[in-house]
Design a protein around this ligand. Sequence first.
Ligand SMILES: *[C@@H]1O[C@H](CO)[C@@H](O)[C@H](O)[C@H]1NC(C)=O
Ligand SMILES: *[C@@H]1O[C@H](CO)[C@@H](O)[C@H](O)[C@H]1NC(C)=O
Ligand SMILES: *[C@@H]1O[C@H](CO)[C@@H](O)[C@H](O)[C@H]1NC(C)=O
Length: 254
Amino acid sequence: MEVKNIFLIFSALLLLTKTCNGRFVVSVIEYEFGNIETATVKCGGTIISNRNVLTTAACVNVTSPDLSIGVQYLAFNGTATVPIRHRATVRIHPDFASNREYNVAVLEIEGSFGDGFESLSLGALNDSQSCFLYGWGGGNGPADPRRESVTVNGPDSCPGDNTQAYCSRFGFFEALARCPGLLPGSPLVCGDERVVNGMVLNGGCSAAQPYLYYHSIEDFSSWILWETAGAEMTTKVSGFLLFAALLTCLKNIL
Ligand SMILES: *[C@@H]1O[C@H](CO)[C@@H](O)[C@H](O)[C@H]1NC(C)=O
Ligand SMILES: *[C@@H]1O[C@H](CO)[C@@H](O)[C@H](O)[C@H]1NC(C)=O
Ligand SMILES: *[C@@H]1O[C@H](CO)[C@@H](O)[C@H](O)[C@H]1NC(C)=O
């Protein structure tokens, strides 16, 4: 085969993986009981099955009985971009404590994520690893998506008293540019784009406190899998749908 052809195939494959990966980041919202239209965005979350979202416990540890938690994403309805909202049931890790250890929660939405969404499987963070941080709050405002490269350090190299926390340290100008608008619960992906390796714990990094802290998802994966066990079958089904979507993409490109 000619080099040119190999290059063409490679480009088509690259395009395919860029255009056909489903969305896996959603917003976690809080709203007044019974009135989901009052929603405000609190955090980011990662889709881990067609009904489950992973986020931080601190984000959804609602203190008032008048407040409820849900999940939101934006969709194009034919004429405008509108928020689609799902009510959600919250499960917080039983060992979650005020020192922010076990800061993990699983949401189960009413309804399910349809076509165009992707469920990520659970992975680990490693020391001195290079990862991508996904979420919103990029340079152009709260709705601007971001995908930023960060270097992750293990708990032994991170200041603070949370022995489970991994971290990144930013330089002064880097913190000014990157910290604003970053939400807790935003996912880290460190290699395989179908795996979520970590999750941001604090949205509040700044030039004065230039650390971002993360949980390594694998540290809590047995609890997460236990809580989402009922969704396992549907995850397999959505894997099949994803494959079907990939074939459709292939037909459009080739
Ligand atoms: C789409 O959303 C806009 C803004 O909310 C609304 O005015 C319009 O009627 C919607 N269109 C359809 C087809 O639902
Ligand atoms: C979670 O909410 C409960 C109920 O308000 C509160 O007592 C507890 O301190 C909160 N936990 C953390 C770690 O913030
Ligand atoms: C990260 O560490 C886990 C064990 O904690 C290991 O299984 C995995 O292969 C490591 N990943 C990388 C990219 O080094």
